[in-house]
Design a protein around this ligand. Structure first.
Ligand SMILES: Nc1ncnc2c1ncn2[C@@H]1O[C@H](COP(=O)(O)OP(=O)(O)OP(=O)(O)O)[C@@H](O)[C@H]1O
Length: 965
């Protein structure tokens, strides 16, 4: 068992003569458990004292003549005996504790628990979490004991944990290594490949132990709910070496085996079958081998040569040293007190009693190490260190007056050092604050500079451009200026701006340099600080200082953002100012041109006059007093936005919006909120009045959006007017007819575009279930000359109104060309043919009869046909009633005229259809049906019922809107 060790030095194995030592045997009787009590068992094992145990035969021997004179009691003496009241600690202390110093000093020791299954072996060795057993107590004491001598000794503790299950050895700390081989050589019994784990403290050891136990094979049997099916061996190897280096060194290696054997079992009691039975057989075989060894070893006849057969099982081979060799061994035998286990208890007691006679020769495992000459130097060094250490200890122990004075002096010195550290901290703090301050100042300067720089740029660029424009306005290049004062003033201003910018740039450069300097200083300070700061308090102060600085920086950032926002507002103000100037300029041009027209008595078109009137009206209305200068006015304006009636005018909103741009953001938001809400209210009110033409909610939203989000719409209007004027070329004498046409055409074009845009949006938002677009497309194709768009506001009546207003003499051809260019679907545009009904003939179930002549009719022909057959031309009919003209009304009962084509729209299943008929006497009715119809309901009455609109007067072009209205 002696091991070579230590730094490759020469190790000589000593073989000291061992002392004979008897195997110590203790007996533990566990308390009766519930099962045993329920089965009516009586206690048959008793501890008479701490060494004597009495076992009673439960059978009544009176009937057996052979037993009649025999005593029913049998007494056993052990080194220690424990009954059910004994605690784990007591058992440990009275048995295994004494082995701990021996192990530390290089002796081998073994404690093994023996007994029948369920007798309490595992409980004694391992114990429970609350009440740990011998293993935990022994390891704990081992480390405590080593601690006592760690000043002079060095220790190394290694652990291995294995189980013998069915005669196979398994490493419980590394079970993945599989089954291991057991070998014997000159050094003793070895297990090849068994892992050894280093442990430094009790905690670590306990962890290893718990890990190993988790791997142990345990199964429930009838005798024990958690029966160990294997023998478990925990091996603790302790190596002790003196710290004192000498020319020769002793290394002591003690091994401590803690063995929890599996219990012998009777198949009748355990009722084991199959695998459990095989396990039981293996257990019994190995325990029999152990018993044989014990028998042989305990032979009283010292004269005879004994043969001990360890080879019968792995257990006996492993415990060879523990039983008959160099080992202090304790056997703790376990029995149940119950009468049910009399046989098992008796066997155990007999074996335990026999084991008492086993003698082992115990000797210390010591290895003497002789060092090499080269190692002496190290040893001397170590010794010197040791001397110094001892001197220091001596000094400490003899705390004389001088030492006290020295200690007081030391304390004073430490205080002084602390003070100086604190003053250092103050100094650093001040330095840090200076750096922070200068950083803050610089940052602030830079932010201001940034904003100022932007302003300057903006001022420079925009003002410059503005000035240039102004100069250009006055005509010619700057060289040929008539007004030198203006130019001089502008130049001076320009010069001052340039100088200002240069100064700002210089300042910026300086600031940047300063920033770099400060950063460097801060970097140095950052490096120096951690070295100087030692205490937690100092670090905390520093952390707080840094936080303060961070907050200051955040505050500067916020202020800077504020400045930038102000700057943006100022920029917008300037833009508004410029737009105003521009507006004034436009106004000047318009007024002058008007004067020119009046002066030359030119015959301007009526449209132009109307536009001029509108313009004048708007111009004066927009010259409201500045809101900024009157706070009350602003409040009044916002409250006006609250007033629904005010919004009834289409002009008030853009007007207010233009003004509101100059107010603060909160007021702006408040205003827009109120305005959009009231617009919706207004629109609702309007819709109630006029269901026929009311736009959809989404269309209303779009309308509101357009108005609200276009505060400068009057300017755009001005633009349109200017464009129109430029097209008209009013400054030159007109060929009236031509120009009127051009103006009319342009106006039509604008109106058309607007109508188209509205239509697109309405289509986009129109809910599908309200209108079947696919079918509407076919219907539209049928009415192309009358309508091209489902939601078009550009009805013929409107165009007619336009024509009337602008005196257009456009022919039907021209009207058609306008329509076909913009509204006719591209497919039809291609062949320029009008299919009166764009219905697929195969899908046509004959719900309506269509006169053949309308098929393949061109739009022009169709339109003419319709017009001829009516009483008037479409545009003529509008003049009749201005109310109807501006808004076509649904007239449920229209007048009938003979010889007019009947135009009907019928609701088919899910669809609308259009029907023309000429042969009907009362054929001037045009029916428009919309909506869905119940499936299977094919009568016209149902169609009418479902129709939401029907009956326009013949010739009223508003039929074009049937698809949507
Ligand atoms: N001294 C005791 N005090 C209280 N309970 C005990 C004592 N000894 C054993 N027991 C209980 O008895 C039962 C059986 O004990 P244990 O498992 O230790 O038996 P065992 O001898 O190891 O059996 P096996 O050989 O089958 O593993 C356990 O529930 C255990 O808690």
């Amino acid at each position: 068992m002696n091991e070579p060790a230590v730094d490759g030095s020469h190790v000589s194995l000593k073989a000291p003569r061992g002392d004979d030592q008897s195997l110590i045997v203790a007996l533990r009787i566990r308390p009766m458990n519930e099962d045993e009590i329920l089965q009516g068992a009586t206690p048959i094992s008793h501890c008479v004292d701490d060494k004597m145990v009495v076992l009673m035969d439960p059978l009544d021997g009176n009937e057996d003549i052979l037993r009649a004179n025999r005593t029913r009691e049998r007494q056993f003496m052990f080194d220690a005996a424990f009954d059910g009241t004994a605690s784990q600690k007591e058992v440990y202390e009275k048995t295994s504790k004494a082995l701990i110093p021996s192990v530390i000093n290089g002796f081998n020791a073994t404690v093994f628990a023996y007994g029948a299954t369920g007798a309490g072996k595992t409980y004694t060795m391992l114990g429970t979490d609350d009440d740990p057993g011998i293993m935990a107590h022994a390891l704990n004491d081992l480390f405590l004991e080593m601690d006592k001598s760690k000043e002079s000794m060095k220790y190394s503790v290694r652990l291995s944990y294995l189980e013998i299950y069915n005669e196979m050895i398994r490493d419980l700390l590394h079970p993945e290594t599989g089954f291991l081989d057991l070998r014997e050589d000159a050094k003793g019994v070895q297990i090849a490949g068994l892992s050894e784990v280093n442990a430094q403290c009790t905690g670590e050891v306990m962890e290893i132990l718990i890990r190993g136990n988790r791997e142990r094979t345990q199964e429930p049997t009838a005798a024990n709910k958690a029966s160990s099916r294997s023998h478990a061996v925990l091996q603790i190897s302790v190596q002790q070496q003196s710290r004192l280096r000498d020319v020769t060194q002793q290394i002591r290696t003690g091994k401590f085996f803690l063995v929890d054997l599996a219990g012998s079992e009777r198949a009748a009691n355990t009722q084991n079958r199959g695998k459990r039975m095989v396990e039981g057989a293996h257990i019994n075989r190995s325990l029999l081998a152990l018993g044989n060894c014990i028998n042989a070893l305990s032979s009283m006849d010292k004269t005879k040569l004994r043969y001990v057969n360890y080879r019968d099982s792995k257990l006996t081979r492993l415990l060879k040293d523990s039983l008959g060799g160099n080992c202090k061994t304790i056997m703790i035998a376990h029995v149940s007190p119950a009468s049910l286990f009399f046989e098992e208890s008796r066997n155990t007691l007999v074996y335990a009693d026999r084991a008492k006679h086993i003698k082992t020769k115990v000797r210390r495992n010591v290895a003497d190490v002789t060092y090499h000459l080269a190692q002496y130097h190290n040893i001397i060094q170590d010794l010197k260190e040791e001397i110094k250490r001892l001197h220091r200890r001596l000094e400490k122990q003899s705390c004389s007056h001088a030492t006290c004075i020295r200690s007081v002096h030391n304390a004073v010195m430490e205080d002084a050092k602390k003070d100086s550290e604190e003053s250092d901290l103050d100094r650093l703090k001040a330095q840090l604050m200076r750096v922070f301050d200068s950083q803050t100042a610089l940052r602030w300067e830079r932010e201001k500079e940034l904003v100022a720089g932007r302003k300057l740029h903006f001022k420079d660029d925009d003002r410059l451009r503005f000035e240039e424009k102004r100069l250009e306005k006055h005509g010619g290049s700057t060289d040929e200026l008539d007004d030198p004062d203006d130019v001089v003033q502008a130049k001076e201003h320009l010069q001052s701006l340039i100088t200002e910018r240069q100064m700002a740039e210089k300042l910026k450069e300086d600031l940047q340099k300063q920033v770099i300097d400060t950063r460097q200083k801060a970097g140095q300070l950052e490096e120096a600080l951690p070295k100087s700061l030692q205490s937690q308090e100092q670090r905390e102060i520093l952390r707080l200082l840094c936080r303060v600085q961070e907050l200051q920086v955040e505050s500067i950032d916020m202020q800077s953002a504020c400045l930038l926002r102000n700057y943006e507002i100022a920029k917008r103000d300037v833009a508004v100012e410029m737009l105003r100037d521009h507006k004034e300029l436009c106004h000047e041009i318009i007024v002058q041109q008007k004067a020119l027209i009046d002066e030359r008595q030119l015959n301007a078109p009526k449209a132009l006059d109307d536009l001029m009137e509108l313009y004048n009206q708007e111009y004066h209305e927009f010259s409201l007093p500045d809101i900024n200068s009157h706070k009350d006015g602003l409040t009044a304006l916002v409250s006006r936005a609250d007033d629904t009636t005010e919004l009834n005018s289409d002009l008030i909103l853009p007007k207010i919006c233009t003004r509101i741009f100059r107010t603060d953001s909160h007021t702006r938001q408040q205003f827009l909120k109120n305005a959009s809400y009231n617009l919706a209210q207004y629109a609702d009110q309007k819709n109630k009045d006029d269901k026929f033409f009311s736009p959809s909610p989404i269309a209303r939203q779009i309308q509101q959006k357009q108005i609200v989000s276009s505060p400068l719409s009057p300017v755009s209007r001005q633009k349109s007017i200017v464009t129109l004027s430029s097209h008209s070329n009013l400054s030159t004498p007109l060929h009236l007819r031509d120009h009127r046409d051009v103006i009319a055409s342009n106006t039509r074009h604008i109106a058309k575009l607007a109508a188209k845009r509205r239509t697109t949006k309405a289509q986009q938002y129109m809910p599908q279930d309200q209108y079947d677009f696919s079918d509407a497309a076919s219907l539209n194709r049928a009415n192309v000359s009358m309508s091209m768009d489902k939601d078009s506001h550009l009805t013929e009546s409107r165009l007619a109104l336009h024509d009337q207003n602008f005196g257009s003499s456009l022919t039907i051809d021209e009207q058609r060309s306008v329509l076909t260019d913009n509204q006719v679907p591209s497919r039809r545009k291609k062949n320029n043919q009008l299919r009166v009904l764009g219905k697929d003939s195969t899908r046509n179930r004959g719900n309506y009869a269509l006169p053949a002549k309308y098929n393949q009719m061109s739009p022009e022909e169709f339109f003419q046909q319709l017009a001829l057959s009516g009483s008037r031309r479409p545009n003529d009919s509008i003049n009749e009633n201005p109310a109807r003209r501006s808004r076509p009304q649904a007239t449920p009962h229209s007048t009938r005229h003979a010889n007019q084509p009947q135009v009907k729209v019928k609701a088919n299943t899910h669809k609308m259809q259009l029907m023309f008929s000429e042969d009907n006497e009362s054929a001037d009715r045009v029916k428009v049906a919309q909506g869905k119809r119940a499936k299977g309901d094919k009568t016209e009455a149902a169609a009418k019922k479902n129709a939401s609109i029907s009956g326009y007067r013949n010739g009223d072009i508003s039929i074009t809107g049937f698809g949507i209205q």
